[in-house]
Design a binder for this molecule. Structure first.
Ligand SMILES: [Ca+2]
Length: 166
């Protein structure tokens, strides 16, 4: 009798563990989808990952996989013409890259041309300061590479135009 009772308790415990495991896994999947926690930790502006001008930066976005938005930060010491280059492993993704100011206000909306592996947005007129790039997947998913380039600085332009005495 006692032996049977023990076995039955053990069996029930096993069932309970299984149920909790399923609930826990299901719960995680739900929260990951709803809260962007697959983003790699940069799904909000306060956690933006810094990008250096001229250095490529790889990441991933997915419209439905809990990785809807990535935030990147960069700074420009001088006013400049900015270039944003994006390379997509999945060219059919629907995505935009928003250039935002230090308060999160949108300055430019750079739309990915669907079907193209590369987007090159050039001659983006920027003042100096701290800025953000917000990469948003609207449909689909892709690994991507971002590269920022800066064409000239206000001081660089001046030294070309003005012959400095000395
Ligand atoms: Ca990501």
């Amino acid at each position: 009798m006692i032996g049977k009772a023990k076995t039955s308790i053990a069996r029930n415990m096993h069932k309970l563990t299984l149920i909790y495991t399923v609930l826990a896994l299901g719960g995680c999947a739900f929260f990951e989808k709803s809260l962007d926690t697959n983003s790699g930790g940069d799904h909000v502006r306060g956690k933006a990952k810094p990008i250096e001008i001229g250095v490529t930066h790889d990441d991933h976005v997915s419209a439905y996989g809990g990785d809807h938005t990535d935030w990147k930060s960069f700074s420009l010491p001088d006013a400049a013409l900015l270039e944003v280059h994006a390379y997509w492993d999945n060219p059919s993704i629907q995505a935009v890259v928003n250039v935002r100011d230090q308060f999160g206000g949108r300055i430019f909306e750079l739309k990915h041309k669907q079907g193209r592996r590369e987007d090159h947005w050039t001659d983006i007129r920027m003042r100096d300061g701290e800025f953000y790039l917000e990469v948003v997947a609207k449909r689909g998913a892709s690994v991507y590479t971002l590269e920022l380039k800066q064409k000239g600085t206000s001081s660089g332009v001046q030294s070309n135009d003005i012959d400095a005495p000395e």
